[in-house]
Design a protein around this ligand. Structure first.
Ligand code: SCA
Ligand code: 5AD
Length: 643
C-alpha cells in the first residue's frame, strides 16, 4: 500500500473555457497535485454544443465547456498524456468525450495504448441519482459494452469505468445503501461485459470504483473494507483466473453534502476528518473538497487548502508509514462485518428483481435512497443530528468569503465564436458522411460506437452533432419520479416546529378553501435534485399540494407550467450558478404572462452577493443550504395568510 506508493492526490476541477481550466490544472500540478480529474459543464454532460438554446445558463458554470477536439487539445495543452493519469467525469456524452480525448492524445503523438486514466462511464447511477443521462437505459448499456470492448483491446492502461457510490451518498443514501447499490451496479456491468463477448479477465481488472466519504469515520473506513471483501466474493462467481479481476480499487471524495454554507471555515476540519477516513480505508486516489463548497466552485485559494490538507496528512501525519493501522480494532472489524451483512441483503433484493437495471425501472433503489435522505433532513431539522455552526453554536455575524465567479455570458460568447469558426473551416461533406456512419452504427449493434465516433470526431464533428447522431436512433430519455410520502412527518411530525408549520398550512386552507399549491422545479441542465426531492416530500407531508416539474426545462417553460398548473408558489432549486442567467428570464416570462402574483422562492447554491439582485427582480425569498424545511414552509405561508 502506501509504503511504496501513496494515494494519488486527484482534485476534481473544471470551469469556464478549456484555456482557463488548463491554466488552473497546471498551477495545481506545479503545487503537488498528482493526477487530473476533469469536471465538464452540464451542457457537455447532456450532449449539447454550447450554442444550443437549452444551455445558455449552463455553459462553463459547473465545469469546463468542451465542444470540439480542439477544445480537448487546449484542455491538455502542455500536459503530457502518456505520463499524467486523467480521470474524466462523463457519463451521458461519454462516446464523444472519449473520442475527443483519444484524438487529443493522438495530436500529442500518442497511441490509445499509452493513455492512463479513468472514464466515469457509470450510467446506472445517473438514472438513480445524478441525472446526466441522455439516452434510455438500454442503449446506454450498449454504449458501456462498446467502451469495455474498445478499451479492453486498445487501452489496456485505462480504467473503463468508475462505478460510483459517491453520488448516492450525496443524494442521501446511508453508507450501507451506497455500498450495496454500487456493488449491485458493478455486477450489472460485469454481466454487460460478458454479454458483449469479453472474457472476465479482459475487462474486470480495469473496473474501478468511487466512494463518497461522510463524517461517520469508523463506518466509512469499514465501508471501504467491506466493499473489497464483497466485490471479491461477487467476482469469484465469474471464475476469473487473474487475481486482479477481483480487486476493488477506488477513488474517494469527501462529502460535499456534509459541508455547511454557514461559518464555512469549519468545513476544513470536516474535510480533514473525512480524508483521514478515506486514507485509513485505503483509497487509491482522493479528492478533498474545498471549504467554500456550499457557496460556489472552489477558488485557487480554497482549492489550495484542500490540496494541502492531503499533503499534510501524507507528509506530516505519517499515514504512509503503516500498512493498516485500524485493522484488528474491535469496533472497525465489527462494523465491517455489519456492513457486509447489511449490504449483502440489499444486493440480494436487487438480484431477485433481475439486477440493477430492472430494479431501477421499478424504482426500488431510488425510493430507498430518497427515504434515507428525507430521514436525514428530519434529523437535522429536529436538531437530533448536530451540525456545528448550523444548528448549534451558530455565529451571530458571518465573515464574508470571496467566491469564484464564472462570467457565463463571456464564456458562452467565446465558445460560440470558436464553434462558428470551427464549423466554417471543416469539410462539410466529410462531416456529414461521418455522422451518417455514426447514426448507422447506432442502429447496428455489431458496430463499435466509440470506434465509429473517433472517425466522426476526426472529420470535425462537434460533441452536440455526435450526440445527436446517436439520439436520432436511441431517443432522449425522460424520467419521472414519485415522491416519498409520510417519511418526514413520521420522523418529526410531533415536533413543535412541524406542528407550527402544519398549522399555517391549515390556516391557509381555512382562509382560501384549498391547500397552498407549489410547483417544485429545477431549471436548465442542472439535475441535482436531492434537495428538491426532500423539500417536495416534506412540503407534501405538511399539507402543501406539490406539483413536480419535469427536469431540464427552460426558464420560460417553467413559468408557463406554473401558470398552467395554477400554483401559488414556484420553488426553484439551482446548484450550478445558472441562477444569474436563468432566474431573470423566468421572472420576465411570469411578467409577460401577467402572473407576477405567483410567489417565487429559490433554494440551492446562491452566493449572498447575488441575493439583492434576485430580490429586486421579485424573488420573495432565498433559502440556502442548512435552512430547516419547516422554517422555509412557515416563512412562505406567513406571506400568504392573514390574521
Ligand atoms: C499502485 N501502484 C503501485 C502501488 N500502488 N505499484 C507499486 N507499488 C504499489 N504499492 C501502481 C498501480 O498498479 C498503477 O499502475 C499505478 O501505480 C497508479 O496507481 P493506482 O492505484 O491505480 O492509482 P490511480 O492511477 O490514481 O488510479 C486510481 C483508480 C482510478 C484506479 C481509482 O480509477 C482513478 O484514478 N479514479 C479517479 C476517479 C475520479 O477522479 N473521479 C472523480 C469523480 P497500473 O495502472 O499500470 O496498474 S468526481 C465526481 O463525480 C463528482 C461529482 C459530480 O457529480 O460531478
Ligand atoms: N470543480 C471542483 N469541484 C467540483 N465539484 C463539482 N463540480 C466541481 C468543479 N467544477 C465537487 C463538489 C461537489 C461534488 C459533486 O464535486 O465538491 O459537491
Amino acid at each position: 500500500m502506501y509504503l511504496t506508493r501513496p494515494w494519488t492526490i486527484r482534485q476534481y476541477a473544471g470551469f469556464s473555457t478549456a484555456e482557463a481550466s488548463n491554466a488552473f490544472y497546471k498551477n495545481n500540478l506545479a503545487a503537488g497535485q498528482k493526477g487530473l480529474s476533469i469536471a465538464f459543464d452540464l451542457a457537455t454532460h447532456r450532449g449539447y454544443d454550447s450554442d444550443h438554446p437549452r444551455v445558455t445558463g449552463d455553459v462553463g458554470m459547473a465545469g469546463v465547456a468542451i465542444d470540439t477536439v480542439q477544445d480537448m487539445e487546449r484542455l491538455f495543452e502542455g500536459i503530457p498524456l502518456a505520463e499524467m493519469s486523467v480521470s474524466m467525469t462523463m457519463n451521458g456524452a461519454v462516446i464523444p468525450i472519449l473520442a475527443f480525448f483519444i484524438l487529443a492524445a493522438e495530436r500529442q503523438g500518442l497511441a490509445p495504448e499509452q493513455l492512463k486514466g479513468t472514464i466515469q462511464n457509470d450510467i446506472l447511477k445517473e438514472f438513480l441519482v445524478r441525472n446526466t443521462y441522455i439516452y434510455p437505459p438500454e442503449p446506454s448499456m450498449r454504449i458501456i459494452a462498446d467502451i469495455f470492448s474498445y478499451t479492453a483491446r486498445q487501452m489496456p492502461r485505462f480504467n473503463s469505468i468508475s462505478i460510483s457510490g459517491y453520488h448516492m451518498l450525496e443524494a442521501g443514501a446511508t453508507p450501507e445503501l451506497e455500498l450495496a447499490y454500487t456493488l449491485a451496479d458493478g455486477l450489472e456491468y460485469v454481466r454487460c461485459g460478458i454479454r458483449a463477448g469479453l472474457d472476465i479477465d479482459d475487462f474486470a481488472p480495469r473496473l474501478s470504483f468511487f466512494w463518497g466519504i461522510g463524517m461517520d469515520h469508523y463506518t466509512e473506513v469499514a465501508k471501504m473494507r467491506a466493499g473489497r471483501l464483497l466485490w471479491a466474493k461477487l467476482l469469484k462467481e465469474f471464475d476469473p483466473k487473474d487475481p486482479r479481476s477481483m480487486m476493488l480499487r477506488a477513488h474517494s471524495q469527501t462529502s460535499g453534502w456534509s459541508l455547511a454554507a454557514q461559518d464555512p471555515l469549519n468545513n476544513i476540519a470536516r474535510t480533514t476528518i473525512e480524508a483521514l477516513s478515506a486514507i485509513l480505508g485505503h483509497t487509491q486516489s482522493l479528492h478533498t473538497n474545498s471549504f467554500d463548497e456550499a457557496l460556489a466552485l472552489p477558488t485557487a485559494y480554497s482549492a489550495g487548502i484542500a490540496r494541502r490538507t492531503q499533503q499534510i496528512l501524507r507528509d506530516e501525519f505519517g499515514l504512509c508509514d503503516l500498512i493498516d493501522p485500524l485493522g484488528g480494532s474491535d469496533h472497525v472489524e465489527q462494523e465491517t462485518e455489519r456492513l457486509v451483512e447489511a449490504a449483502w441483503g440489499h444486493i440480494q433484493e436487487i438480484e431477485k428483481k433481475g439486477g440493477m437495471a430492472k430494479a431501477i425501472i421499478e424504482g426500488i433503489p431510488k425510493a430507498k435512497i430518497e427515504e434515507a435522505a428525507t430521514l436525514r433532513q428530519a434529523a437535522l431539522d429536529s436538531d437530533r443530528e448536530v451540525r456545528v455552526g448550523v444548528n448549534t453554536f451558530r455565529l451571530e455575524n458571518e465573515m464574508e468569503h470571496e467566491t469564484l465567479e464564472v462570467d457565463n455570458k463571456q464564456v458562452l460568447q467565446q465558445q460560440v465564436l470558436k464553434l462558428r469558426k470551427h464549423r466554417a473551416e471543416r469539410d462539410q461533406v466529410a462531416v456529414k458522411a461521418a455522422l451518417e456512419a455514426l447514426e448507422a452504427a447506432a442502429a447496428d449493434p455489431q458496430q463499435n460506437l466509440l470506434q465509429v465516433a473517433i472517425n466522426a470526431a476526426r472529420s470535425g464533428a462537434t460533441l452536440g452533432e455526435l450526440s445527436n447522431a446517436m439520439e436520432a436512433v436511441f431517443g432522449r430519455y425522460e424520467q419521472t419520479s414519485a415522491l416519498v410520502r409520510g417519511v418526514y412527518s413520521g420522523a418529526i411530525g410531533d415536533s413543535e416546529r412541524y406542528q407550527d408549520a402544519a398549522a399555517l398550512v391549515e390556516k391557509f386552507r381555512r382562509q382560501e378553501g384549498r391547500s397552498p399549491r407549489v410547483l417544485m422545479a429545477k431549471v436548465g441542465q442542472d439535475g441535482h435534485d436531492r434537495g428538491l426531492q426532500v423539500i417536495s416530500s416534506g412540503f407534501a407531508d405538511l399539507g402543501f399540494d406539490v406539483v413536480q416539474s419535469p427536469m431540464f426545462l427552460s426558464p420560460e417553460e417553467v413559468a408557463a407550467n406554473a401558470v398552467k398548473a395554477k400554483v401559488d408558489i414556484i420553488g426553484l432549486s439551482t446548484m450550478t450558478g445558472a441562477h444569474k442567467t436563468l432566474v431573470p428570464v423566468m421572472m420576465k416570462s411570469l411578467k409577460a404572462l401577467g402572473r407576477t402574483d405567483i410567489m417565487v422562492v429559490l433554494g440551492g447554491i446562491i452566493p449572498i452577493k447575488d441575493h439583492e439582485t434576485l430580490k429586486n427582480l421579485g424573488v420573495a425569498a432565498i433559502y440556502g443550504p442548512g435552512t430547516r424545511l419547516t422554517k422555509a414552509a412557515a416563512s412562505i405561508l406567513k406571506g400568504m395568510t392573514h390574521d
